[in-house]
Ligand binder design. Structure first.
Ligand code: PRX
Length: 654
C-alpha cells in the first residue's frame, strides 16, 4: 500500500464509521445499545440478572444476582445451578444437531468437520472416561494439548462433570508445565503424543513425562491423545491412550448441575512478581460474558464461519474458541499449525478454503504477515470476510490500516478488543454496527462495563489525552474470582492500590476527546511479547537458575513485529564473557530460558557486564537499563552508581 495513503489517513486521524450495509444487519444497533446502556446505568444488578436469565439455561434459577458480602471476592448468581457444557452443546444440539461446530484444518492441509451432535457425543464419552479414572467435581485436570478438537473436547468434558481444567499452552516447557501441575495439584494430565507445527513435531508427551516425573505432586494418570502417531515412551500404570480410555464408555453423560460459582477453570498468567498466578474463573458469570460479548462484538450470525487464531492455552482461546462460539451455536475454525507453514499465505489460504467470515487475531500476526507485502493476500479470495478483530496488545495504526484495506477490502469493521485473562472476556471494544473506529484505539467499554482512568490518588482523569490507571469501577460477572491458592495475592494485586474501590487492570491508558480509549502499556514489570504476557522476573529467575549466571535484569524494548522484545543484562560468575565466548554463552542462555519457560521467553538480546547498575541502597536501576536497551539518551542521574564505567559495558561499547 502506498506510504502516502497511510500518511494521509494517519494525519487526518480519521475515524471509520461502519457501512450502512453492515449497520443495518448488526446484532447491536444504536437503539439496542442505548437501551442496554440505559438499563445498565439505571440498575447494574438488574441489567446482569436480565441477561443471565435470557442468555443461559439454568438447572436451578438464581435469585441472588450479586453477592458483595465478601468483596472483593464478589460472587454472582450464587444460589443458581448451571452447567457450561450443557449450555454449549446440549442446547445447540436441540436446535440444530447437524450444524458444523468445528472445522479442523490440519497443518498438512487436510481438514475435517464435527457437528454439534458429534461434539456432544465425543465430549460425553470422554467425560465418562474421566469419571472412570476417578475424576470428581473440583478435581483439577491439566490439559497440555495441540490445537485440535480434542483440546476443546477435553475442556468441555471437564466442565460437564465439574472438574476444573487448567490448560497449559503447548509452547511452554516441561518445567513450566511441572510448576503448573504442582500449583494446581492436578492428579490428571491430558496430553498428546505430539503436535504438528512448522513442518516438525513438538514432543508434548516427552515434556509431560519430564514434568510428571519431576513434579512434587503425584499425577495419577496421563491421558495421551494420538495425534502424530510418533513412537512415544509409554508408562504402564499411569499412561492411558485416549482411544482406549473411551473405547467402552457410554456416549451419554448427564451434565452435572453445578453452583454458579463453581470454578470452571484455572488459567496461569504472568505477574510482576513470583511464579505465574492461577487465575480462577467461575462458571455462570464467565459463560454469560463469553456468550454475550461473542454475539455483540463479533456480530455472529447462523451462517458465519468464525476463526480466532489463538491457541486454547491462552484466555483468548478459552473465551473465543472453546466457550463463546459454542455457547452461541456458531461454527468455528481451528487451525493446528504455524501461520507461515508451508508458506506465508497460509492464513489467507485457510480463509479462502473455508469461507471464513469473521477473523480474529493478534497485532503481532498482522505485522508479521504485513511484512511479506500485499501480493500474498492478493493471491486469495478474501471476499467472504465481513468482520475483523484484534486482541492482546496495542495495534499500531499502520498495521490497522493494512488490515482494513488489504485483508478487509475496506468493507470490514475492525474490532480492537481490550481485555485480560482476569476479565474473562472483552471489556473495551467497538460494537461493529455502531462504533466509529479509530486505528489504534479499542474505543469504549461494552454495555454494563464501567471503566475509568484515574490518577495516583484514584481521582478520575477528566482531561482528554491525559494518561492514568485503567480501572474497572463495578464488579462484573466474568471477573476472576481469586488467584488459585493465594487469595491475598488476588487482593494485593488487583484491589489494594485504591483501597478495594476499583479493580486495577495494570495498564495505563488515556481517553481522547471522542471518548475513545488508547492503551499505553503495562504499569508493572510485565512484558507483552507477541501479545503474550511475560513477567520480567520470570525470565530473570530462569536466567539466574543457570549455573553460569550470578545476576540478571530483564527489560522490554519496542519491537517492530512482536510489540516488545526481551532484553537481558547478565552478570556471569567468573569473568565477563567477550568475543566468541560471549556469543556461545548468549546462545546457551537463550536455549536455557526456553527450556525453563518456553520459546516465547527467549531473550532477543543478552548483554554481559561486570555488574548491574544499582543505587547505593542496592536497587537495580531499571529505568536506566530500559533507556540503554532502547538506545535512548541517558537522562537518569548516574552519579549514585557505585561504578559509572559499567554504563559503557551495558551499552555494549566495551
Ligand atoms: O496490556 C493489556 C494487553 O494484554 C494484557 C492482558 O494480557 P492477557 O491476560 O494475556 O490477555 C490477552 C488477551 C485478552 C492487557 O493488560 N492487551 C490486551 N488486549 C489489548 C491489550 N493492549 C492493547 N490493546 C488491546 N486490544
Amino acid at each position: 500500500m502506498a506510504d502516502e495513503l497511510i500518511e494521509s489517513i494517519l494525519n487526518e486521524s480519521r475515524s471509520f464509521p461502519p457501512s450502512k450495509e453492515f449497520s443495518d444487519q448488526a446484532n447491536i444497533n444504536e437503539a439496542k445499545a442505548e437501551e442496554m446502556r440505559k438499563l445498565a446505568a439505571d440498575d447494574h444488578i438488574k441489567y446482569w440478572a436480565k441477561l443471565a436469565n435470557e442468555e443461559l439455561h439454568w438447572s436451578r434459577p438464581f435469585s441472588n444476582t450479586l453477592d458483595d458480602s465478601k468483596a472483593p471476592n464478589y460472587e454472582w448468581f450464587n444460589d443458581g445451578e448451571i452447567n457450561a457444557s450443557y449450555n454449549s452443546l446440549d442446547v445447540n444440539v436441540s436446535k440444530n444437531p447437524h450444524k458444523t461446530a468445528i472445522i479442523f484444518e490440519k497443518e498438512d492441509g487436510k481438514s475435517e468437520s464435527i457437528t454439534y451432535k458429534e461434539l456432544l457425543l465425543k465430549t460425553s464419552q470422554f467425560a465418562n472416561g474421566l469419571k472412570k479414572i476417578g475424576v470428581e467435581p473440583m478435581d483439577r485436570v491439566v490439559i497440555y494439548m495441540p490445537m485440535c478438537p480434542e483440546a476443546v473436547i477435553a475442556m468441555q468434558a471437564c466442565a460437564r462433570i465439574g472438574a476444573i481444567h487448567s490448560v497449559v499452552f503447548g509452547g511452554f516447557s516441561s518445567n513450566a508445565l511441572k510448576d503448573r501441575i504442582e500449583d494446581a495439584q492436578s492428579k490428571i494430565v491430558i496430553t498428546a503424543d505430539g503436535a504438528f507445527r512448522g513442518g516438525g513435531v513438538i514432543p508434548l508427551k516427552q515434556a509431560t513425562d519430564e514434568a510428571v516425573s519431576q513434579s512434587s505432586f503425584k499425577v495419577n494418570n496421563v491421558v495421551v491423545f494420538k495425534r502424530t502417531g510418533e513412537n512415544v515412551n509409554f508408562n504402564k500404570g499411569t499412561d492411558i491412550w485416549w482411544e482406549d480410555l473411551v473405547a467402552d464408555c457410554d456416549l451419554v453423560c448427564e451434565p452435572k448441575p453445578l453452583n454458579a460459582e463453581h470454578p470452571l477453570f484455572i488459567l496461569y498468567t504472568s505477574g510482576s512478581t513470583g511464579k505465574p498466578k492461577g487465575i480462577q474463573h467461575a462458571t455462570a458469570g464467565y459463560i454469560l460474558h463469553a456468550k454475550t460479548t461473542f454475539s455483540w462484538i463479533f456480530d455472529i450470525k447462523n451462517d458465519d464461519v468464525f476463526w480466532c487464531t489463538a491457541d486454547v492455552g491462552w484466555i483468548t482461546g478459552h473465551t473465543y474458541v472453546a466457550y463463546g462460539p459454542l455457547l452461541s451455536g456458531a461454527t468455528i475454525l481451528i487451525y493446528e499449525g504455524a501461520p507461515t507453514y508451508p508458506d506465508v499465505g497460509r492464513f489467507w489460504s485457510i480463509c479462502e478454503k473455508h469461507s471464513v467470515t469473521i477473523f480474529y487475531t493478534a497485532p503481532t500476526a498482522i505485522r508479521a504477515l504485513m511484512k511479506h507485502g500485499d501480493e500474498i493476500p492478493a493471491n486469495y479470495d478474501l471476499s467472504k470476510l465481513r468482520l475483523l478483530g484484534t486482541v492482546g496488545e496495542p495495534i499500531n495504526p499502520e498495521a490497522w490500516i493494512w488490515y482494513h484495506k488489504v485483508i478487509g477490502g475496506e468493507h470490514c469493521p475492525i474490532v480492537d478488543t481490550w481485555w485480560q485473562t482476569e476479565t474473562g472476556g472483552a471489556m473495551i471494544s467497538p460494537l461493529p454496527g455502531i462504533t466509529n473506529t479509530k486505528p489504534g484505539s479499542c474505543t469504549t467499554a461494552i454495555p454494563g462495563i464501567d471503566i475509568d482512568i484515574v490518577n495516583e490518588s484514584g481521582e478520575p482523569v477528566d482531561e482528554p489525552n491525559q494518561g492514568g490507571y485503567l480501572v474497572i469501577k463495578k464488579p462484573w460477572p466474568s471477573m476472576l474470582r481469586t488467584i488459585w491458592g493465594d487469595n491475598q495475592r488476588y487482593i494485593d494485586t488487583y484491589w489494594e492500590k485504591f483501597d478495594g474501590k476499583y479493580y486495577v487492570a495494570g495498564d495505563s491508558a488515556y481517553r481522547d476527546e471522542d471518548d475513545c480509549h488508547w492503551i499505553m502499556g503495562r504499569i508493572d514489570d510485565v512484558l507483552n511479547v507477541s501479545g503474550h504476557r511475560l513477567g520480567t522476573m520470570e525470565v530473570e529467575s530462569a536466567l539466574v537458575a543457570n549455573e553460569k549466571v550470578a545476576e540478571a535484569a530483564v527489560v522490554g524494548r519496542p519491537h517492530e513485529v512482536k510489540g516488545e522484545s526481551i532484553f537481558a543484562f547478565v552478570v556471569t560468575k567468573g569473568n565477563r564473557p567477550t568475543g566468541n565466548d560471549a556469543k556461545t554463552t548468549q546462545e546457551e542462555l537463550r536455549e536455557w530460558v526456553a527450556s525453563q519457560v518456553g520459546s516465547i521467553a527467549k531473550p532477543d538480546e543478552i548483554r554481559f557486564s561486570d555488574n548491574l547498575p544499582k543505587t547505593r541502597s542496592g536497587k537495580i536501576m531499571r529505568r536506566l537499563l530500559r533507556a540503554i536497551a532502547r538506545q535512548e539518551e541517558i537522562t537518569q542521574d548516574i552519579s549514585t552508581l557505585e561504578d559509572e564505567s559499567i554504563v559503557k559495558q551495558l551499552q555494549g561499547e566495551e
